[in-house]
Design a protein around this ligand. Structure first.
Ligand code: ZN
Length: 106
């Protein structure tokens, strides 16, 4: 697959190129994959559970506030996990031009 920028045929899968770089290479950071966010499901469920428990003790507003906070945090976490997985998928399929360092999707 030739580079769309300089039409050089000297291109490589970015993921393969990055894996083949020695650890001390300064390019190792530059071409590193985007980090994948992890869902802290247990912590989120714990907060929601704590909110429900507070609810049952009679502090209804506090319980609701804590449970809703847990739900919101869960929704935000899921959104960032999905976004980071999409970014990682894109990195994985990218091609790197070894002549002009242009990155592109094949
Ligand atoms: Zn190029």
């Amino acid at each position: 697959m030739p580079c769309p920028d300089c039409s050089s045929p000297n291109t490589q899968r970015l993921a393969h190129y990055w894996e083949s770089l020695p650890a001390e290479s300064p390019l190792k950071d530059r071409y590193a994959p985007p980090p994948i966010a992890r869902a802290r499901t247990l912590a989120i469920l714990g907060i929601i559970g704590a909110g429900i428990w507070v609810l049952t003790t009679g502090a209804v507003l506090w319980g609701l506030a804590i449970a809703i906070g847990g739900l919101l945090w869960g929704a935000l976490t899921m959104a960032s996990v999905t976004a980071s997985q999409a970014a990682y998928g894109q990195w994985e399929t990218q091609q790197l031009c070894l002549s002009c360092t242009h990155r592109f999707q094949p």
